[in-house]
Design a protein around this ligand. Structure first.
Ligand code: PEP
Ligand code: MN
Length: 416
């Protein structure tokens, strides 16, 4: 274990106080896990049905959860939005949906620069430092990891309570902060030997900025028994993606690996096909999911980080076109969305009129779809799912008829 984690780790904070770090990690190592191995195994099984083309994965929530935002009303908004989208996809798309929140632990953020516009250390998420633009508040504080665990436990309790009355919602976050993730590793049923489970969430993914093949994040993901995700951006090559699949899905286990394509609308049609083909040729039964958010981020004229709904829809359309052409399953969607009435993404196809953004721009990180925009995305995707499924179902029927016919022939031959 120490081997994998001794590799270079991108995007980690510098903790200035080693004693405080030791204390915090000691607490986390002995703390109760937030999820159970049985729940995690159940998610893996449900993702296997997505890999087989029999279900869809829907993953959604905040870009960055915050401690202050860990309220009943905000969690309800995240879950309501997720479950409403899932309802649309099930009813209009015609496939069961596996619901996974970016929730109960999505507290660590990778940053493009170590410092912000004011020259202060960058905000790395509430699990590391404070958003408040002040040098002391921006200092990495290990005690925040202990607080993050406690906040995530409160959130998970609420997620479970809501799930009990209907659909089970699984938890997920980016496996970014390796000190935290490592301290929350737990043995499975028979402690001792066997694979390790994350005690921090059911599903963890590795982000675009920390997926170095020789880095600690991929090494960490290799250790896990959990289903894992990997973000793949437009710079990914077919050779790389096969190497990721070999490393993260060595036993070719359906549901183990979800590849989350985040190409941007301009690249998805050109870059994704060769990746899908290479993974299929290598025989890995992965889930392909579409993140139409992170490749489509732009700065509006007045300086807001935003996304256009039209770009989001176009990337989803491109993702479905690719899978249509290759006969593979467009398995899922990965969104940043909230049921709250925020104004962070723009409804139209142009960023020129960005006045609406000022009304309620709440996010500390990336812009989220609001409830209405998420509904539009769900209806759009459901329509594509229904068409895709109808065509492939018809093809499937033809295959079955052909197979039955061959069987008839051979049985005739055998008996004759
Ligand atoms: C994210 O999901 O918030 C994120 C940072 O994504 P990516 O790694 O794809 O840029
Ligand atoms: Mn984000």
């Amino acid at each position: 274990m120490s081997d994998a984690l001794a590799r270079p780790a991108a995007q980690q904070p510098v903790w200035p106080d080693p004693d405080a770090l030791r204390t915090a990690l000691g607490v986390l190592r002995t703390a109760p896990p937030l999820v159970t191995a049985a729940e995690t195994d159940r998610l893996r099984g449900r993702l296997a049905s997505v890999a087989r083309g029999e279900a869809l994965l829907l993953q959604s929530g905040d870009c960055a959860e915050t401690f202050a935002g860990n309220t009943e009303s905000h969690l309800n908004a995240t879950l309501r939005c997720l479950l409403q989208m899932a309802g649309v996809l099930e009813r209009h798309g015609g496939l069961p949906v596996v619901t996974v929140g970016r929730v109960a632990g999505q507290y660590a953020k990778p940053r493009s620069s170590p410092t912000d516009a004011l020259g202060l250390p960058a905000y790395r998420g509430d699990i590391v430092n404070s958003f408040e633009p002040d040098p002391a508040a921006r200092t990495a504080d290990p005690q925040r990891m202990v607080l993050a665990h406690a906040q995530a436990a409160l959130a998970m309790n609420h997620v479970r309570a809501l799930g009990r009355s209907g659909e089970e919602v699984f938890s997920s976050h980016e496996a970014m902060l390796l000190d935290y993730e490592q301290a929350l590793l737990r043995a499975g049923v028979d402690s001792g030997a066997g694979p390790l489970y994350s005690g921090s969430a059911h599903f963890l993914w590795i982000g675009e900025r920390t997926r170095q093949l020789d880095g600690a994040h991929i090494g960490f993901a290799e250790l896990l028994a959990n289903p894992v995700g990997l973000k793949v951006g437009p710079g990914t090559t077919p050779g790389e993606v096969v190497e990721y699949a070999r490393r993260l899905d060595p036993d070719r286990t359906p549901g183990r690996l979800t590849l989350i394509s985040r190409m941007g609308r301009r690249h998805v049609r050109e870059v994704l096909p060769a990746l899908v083909e290479a993974v299929r040729a290598a025989g890995h039964p992965v889930v392909w999911s579409c993140d139409p958010m992170h490749g489509n981020t732009r700065e509006s004229p007045s300086g807001y980080k935003t996304r256009l709904l039209a770009d989001v829809l176009d990337e989803i359309k491109g993702f479905f076109e690719v899978h249509e052409r290759l006969g593979t399953h467009p398995g899922g969607l990965h969104l940043e969305a909230t049921g709250e009435d925020v104004t962070e993404c723009l409804d139209g196809a142009s960023a020129q009129d960005d006045a609406p953004l000022v009304a309620r721009y709440d996010t500390l990180c990336d812009p989220r779809l609001n409830g209405q925009q998420a509904q539009v995305v769900a209806e759009f995707a459901a329509d594509l799912v229904r068409r895709h499924h109808r065509r492939h179902h018809r093809q499937g029927r033809n295959h079955r008829a052909e197979a039955a016919h061959q069987w008839d022939d051979s049985s005739v031959r055998r008996s004759g």
